[in-house]
Write a protein that binds this ligand. Structure first.
Ligand code: 6PG
Length: 467
């Protein structure tokens, strides 16, 4: 048996960065990779940190290099590759050892794997890691799901390598089995919505007001110096300000308008619907990525589909900023609502305020807003609704009028703002004490005798449609 603190299998971008971060914090890290030739390159890249790195050509070597109880972290593609690695590593481990899946996994898989490994005396951690390569190398935000035992093993290492917000590490044991991967999935769903809404503001200014990339980038730069400060606003300002060395054009103007996706945004929407929730702003963002890839259809449709209005947008920076602020609060509130529903469904006892706290640094959606959300979530939430927290309700009251004007102007100009308008529609649905589902109930009873509740009365009733 060796004296390694942790084994890291998978030396791609994220795995290498995490392994180097661990070594830099003084931990002894055994490393391995499916493509054996990557291991030597990694050790070279580690430089002086290689003193604390134990290169291992095989999984049995990696396991043998670790002190007991062992912790083996996998950073590999999710799905079948993870199941295959579990099958290979589990027979090499002993009761009390922990396997960590640090990739973006479907939490349903994590729950299944946790249960199967628990039956073999092993602990399984599903750990969401956010912050991209730089985050993993210098301080990610991490969402840990697993047993108390595995958290005790992992905690000193996780807290040492995590990003810090005012000294507090951005990592938490959020709950058992799939809780960590679920929370990471919702993080990504919010990430999708935030990115889409920033892109919608960009689209309004580009196509509605004729502004160039640099001008729009400068505006996001100003936003980043104020209340809207966030990593994604900072990233957008940087992307819009960059110039393509090859053509001399704005970099963003030479990038194809077709966005990729690996699945986490979609999972958020699927799970939200399964829980009887609707993360409509996130769904709009996932949908917009889908439509973005239908390039040929859009190229044809631009010429064929008429009915677009052509009113120019007259941008008012303060109004746009307020509209974005409202839409962003609403998209986050949807994400937190989905987590609350999952927590109740699976008995996880998620501490939503703590989750907001560990998202204040290191992760992709880090922003000034998350600190305000953490505070609101610590306070009293009427009906558990973040939008009803006094501070959020008053912020929305101040900023939603601008969202309404911006969405209205976009509609009049024929420009798409699916995520911002979905947020607004959700807000307006919420603030209607009497909505229109009475007619839905009447329709259901008309064609299917499904029955309905009469206002203020117990029991199931039917209408006089067929009398
Ligand atoms: C993060 C990111 C990271 C990655 C996702 C989303 O938190 O560090 O969310 O996990 O960017 O895989 O990627 P897609 O946009 O390709 O779905």
């Amino acid at each position: 048996m060796g004296n390694g603190d942790i084994g890291v299998f998978g030396l791609g971008t994220m795995g290498s960065a995490l392994a180097l971060n661990l070594a830099e914090q003084g931990f002894r890290v055994a490393v391995s990779n499916r493509e054996v030739e990557w291991i030597g390159d990694f050790v070279k890249e580690a430089g002086t940190l290689s003193e604390r790195i134990v290169p291992c050509e095989t999984l049995p070597e990696l396991v043998a290099a670790l002190a007991s109880p062992r912790v083996v972290l996998f950073m590999i593609p999710s799905g079948a590759p993870m199941d295959a690695m579990i099958e290979q590593v589990a027979p090499l481990l002993e009761a009390g050892d922990t396997i960590i899946d640090a990739g973006n996994a479907d939490f349903n898989d994590t729950r299944r794997r946790s249960a199967a490994l628990q039956a073999r005396g092993l602990h399984f951690v599903g750990m969401g890691v956010s912050g991209g390569e730089r985050g993993a190398r210098h301080g990610p935000s991490m969402m840990v799901g697993g047993t108390g035992h595995s958290w005790q093993q992992l905690r000193p290492m996780a807290e040492a390598i995590a990003a810090r917000y005012e000294g507090s590490p951005c990592v938490a044991h959020v709950g058992p089995d799939g809780a960590g991967h679920f929370v990471k999935t919702v993080h990504n769903g919010i990430e999708y919505a935030d990115m889409q809404m920033i892109a919608e503001v960009y689209g309004l200014l580009r196509d509605g007001a004729g502004q160039g990339a640099a001008e729009i980038g400068a505006m996001f730069g100003r936003w980043n110096a104020g209340a809207l400060r966030s990593y994604l606003i900072e990233a957008s300002a940087a992307v819009l300000s960059a110039v393509d060395p090859a053509s001399g054009k704005a970099m963003v103007d030479v990038i194809e308008d077709q966005a990729g996706q690996k699945g986490t945004g979609r999972w958020t929407v699927i799970e939200a619907l399964k829980l009887g929730e609707s993360a409509s702003a996130i769904e709009a963002a996932v949908g917009a990525r889908g439509w973005s890839s239908m390039k040929e259809t859009r190229e044809m449709a631009e010429a064929v589909l008429s009915g677009g209005a052509s009113e120019a947008i007259v941008p008012d920076e303060t109004e746009l900023a307020e509209a974005f602020e409202a839409a962003r609060i609403l998209a986050h509130a949807q994400g937190f609502s989905v987590m609350q529903a999952a927590s109740e469904q699976f008995g996880w006892g998620l501490d939503l305020a703590r989750i907001a706290e560990i998202w204040r640094e290191g992760c992709i959606i880090r922003s000034a807003l998350l600190d305000d959300l953490a505070e609101a979530l610590r306070g009293s939430l009427p009906h558990g609704a973040l939008v009803l927290a006094p501070d959020m309700a008053s912020r929305l009251g101040r900023t939603v009028p601008a969202l309404r004007r911006v969405v209205g102007a976009a509609v009049a100009a024929g420009l798409p703002v699916p995520a911002m308008s979905a947020s607004l529609a959700w807000y307006d649905s919420l603030r209607q004490a009497r909505g229109t589902a009475n007619l839905i109930q009447g329709q259901r009873d008309f064609f299917g005798m499904h029955g309905f509740a009469r206002v203020g009365e117990e029991g199931k009733h039917h209408g006089p449609w067929w009398d």
